[in-house]
Design a protein around this ligand. Structure first.
Ligand code: ARG
Length: 231
């Protein structure tokens, strides 16, 4: 006898690009997707009565995947921008971020975004970092599919700097064991991360916003925050 469809847990398909620690990534020897976004996405799905099914998708493929109906929601450290808001619907912000620069430890010629003029810069394809880097005069911007590749290129000396979100740069410096690198300059562009769904799915945005509020109220958001960022 077949179980009735209504008995099955409803599945919410979530897409993320997994080289963005501590938001979404895979630890060595562990297939599971972990990070602040992953815990929050699972908690939000559960709060709405769904089971989260998470897929690893290239960052520049996330919006197309949403539009094609292959996923229901993006939770990928995606900054809420005007440009993206023309295509997709964002939830209320769930994390405050911004862009910063990483250079090698012995590089004393870069102290700000202005100093990146004419320099070689590695970024992840499709990100706000890529967009910001392209605005820099005469910069030679190289776009990589993953952030791991961008950092590797810096280490190898193929580029002078990586432009990426500050918390991810900080994680790279503290957790990767990379000694010969540093963050320089001020944060540019205060950005906020939002979960994203299709414009047609207004009902889901409302549910997600409500779930985020509830998780903030019941202490679950705080717990997840402390787990990944400390106090
Ligand atoms: N916050 C930046 C943006 O929205 C970078 C996000 C990259 N996320 C990722 N999972 N690789 O463009």
């Amino acid at each position: 006898q077949k179980a009735a469809d209504t008995d099955k847990a409803k599945v919410l398909k979530i897409g993320a690009e997994m080289t963005f620690p501590p938001f979404e990534f895979q630890e060595e020897g562990n297939k599971e997707y972990v990070g602040f976004d992953m815990d929050l996405a699972r908690a939000v799905a559960k709060q709405m009565g769904y089971t989260a099914e998470i897929q690893n998708i290239g960052f520049d493929g996330l919006i197309p995947a949403l539009e094609a109906g292959n996923i229901d929601m993006i939770v990928s450290g995606m900054s809420i921008t005007e440009e993206r808001s023309k295509k997709i619907a964002f939830s209320k912000p769930y994390y405050k971020s911004g862009l910063s620069i990483v250079v090698k430890g012995d590089n004393n010629s870069v102290a700000s975004f202005k100093d990146l003029e004419g320099k070689r810069i590695a970024v992840q394809i499709g990100t706000t970092g890529a967009e910001e880097a392209r605005k820099i005069k005469d910069a030679n911007v190289r776009e990589y599919n993953s952030n791991s590749e961008a950092y590797m290129e810096l280490k190898a000396g193929g580029v002078d700097a990586v432009v990426n979100d500050l918390p991810v740069n900080e994680y790279y410096l503290t957790k990767s064991g990379e000694k010969n690198a540093k963050i320089v300059g001020d944060i540019v562009n205060a950005e906020e991360y939002g979960m994203a769904v299709t414009k047609k799915n207004t009902e889901l945005v409302e549910k997600v916003n409500k779930a985020i509020d509830e998780l903030k109220k019941n202490g679950e958001y705080e717990k997840i925050y402390v787990k990944w960022f400390g106090k």
